[in-house]
Design a protein around this ligand. Structure first.
Ligand code: SAH
Length: 336
């Protein structure tokens, strides 16, 4: 709950307003039960326990990369479901990658998160808990958030917006919108709703192919929508918000890494002023796809650079801890 919501509840309970603030502060510190709210009268703690539910996620597994210190958590939610969160350390601070759904219904052909379909969406407080408890458990102050874990944020729009409001609260974790990226497979029907919120976050679009044939093969979300419509939506978003969009592009050997793809990608990126972020594909056990060779990547990057496209290659972190999302949850399911 937001502070005004808790205040409204407390008004209805006949409790003074400042108590609401105390509770909000306790929640922000990651208190695990109402008993722990030690500056509240016992009777009030009792009343809260009877009327409300407070749950802190449990660490089901925690893997720390020997290579770069990346931490991968698997959390148990209140109903026994599990989601993954990754904490990555960069020079400029610590970034947390959060999941927003248990599973995913988008069906991308290279992705581990979607293999078992969608189980359910997370609520705002569960997403917030991923950030809060990752920070508390790791002892690393989180300064950046990427919504790039399991699930499709624009398929859980209302709860993701609530999460953003909560995590942005100056009395809460106080993480600025400019330090948050939201990644989508291209649910364009929601782009205007997102622009309406006028948030200063970065919208990342998982493009992965600049043409309909390749993209529809890789990403069912492209079928019935198409790359042209996606580009229109991106352009409109950029014009309305003034925020540059970032294209994510996982390089897959022999699938989307040819000269043809590079040239068309350059054209697409320039048409909407997008930045291109290349990611060497993470091989997923259940999937046939392989990462592009270093030679192909180099040639691909050169074409983009020659076309003056703003392009970066994502550094690979946590390679030894199944850090690309969906993999750890899959492994746990198999072992159960
Ligand atoms: N549903 C959202 C966010 C979650 S996925 C989206 O589609 O953007 C975060 C990013 O990881 C997406 O760009 C996704 O396409 C990419 N991804 C998924 N599986 C991958 C893999 N095996 N290798 C590289 N990137 C992958």
């Amino acid at each position: 709950m937001t502070l005004p919501e808790i205040e409204a509840e407390f008004a209805a309970l006949g409790e003074p307003k400042y108590r609401a603030k105390q509770v909000f502060e306790w929640l922000g510190r990651g208190v695990r039960d109402f008993e722990g709210m030690s500056n509240l009268p016992k009777a009030l703690r009792e009343k809260l326990r009877e009327n409300y539910r407070l749950y802190a996620p449990k660490v089901l597994s925690k893997q720390v990369s020997q290579i770069d210190g990346t931490i991968k958590y698997l959390w148990e939610l209140y109903d026994g479901n599990a989601v993954e969160t990754v904490v990555m350390s960069y020079q400029h601070g610590n970034t947390v990658c959060v999941s927003c759904q248990v599973g995913c219904r988008q069906g991308c052909a290279f992705c581990a998160s979607t293999i078992g379909g969608l189980v359910r969406s997370l609520n705002a407080s569960e997403i917030l808990d991923e950030v809060l408890f990752s920070q508390l458990d790791s002892g690393k102050k989180i300064s950046n958030i990427v919504l790039m874990g399991i699930g499709e944020p624009l398929d859980n729009f209302d709860q993701v917006m609530r999460f953003l409001e909560l995590v942005n609260d100056p009395m809460g974790m106080n993480i600025g919108m400019r330090h948050i990226s939201l990644s989508t497979c291209g649910i364009i029907e929601r782009f205007d709703d997102l622009a309406d919120r006028d948030l200063q976050l970065t919208l990342s679009v998982s493009l992965h192919a600049p043409d309909d044939e390749t993209r529809s093969r890789l990403m069912p979300a492209n079928r019935g929508r198409g790359v042209d419509k996606l580009m229109e939506a991106c352009k409109r978003y950029y014009e309305r918000t003034g925020r540059r969009i970032s294209f994510e592009y996982a390089m897959i050997d022999g699938v989307n890494d040819t000269e043809y793809h590079a040239r068309l990608l350059a054209k697409r990126a320039k048409s909407v002023g997008a930045h291109v972020n290349l990611i060497p594909l993470n091989h997923v056990e259940e999937r046939e796809f392989r990462p592009s060779t270093a030679g192909h990547m180099k040639a691909f990057i050169k074409i983009l650079e020659d076309e003056n496209v703003n392009v970066t290659v994502r550094r690979r972190l946590g390679g030894d801890v199944d850090a690309s999302c969906g993999q750890l949850r899959r492994k746990m399911q198999k072992n159960l």
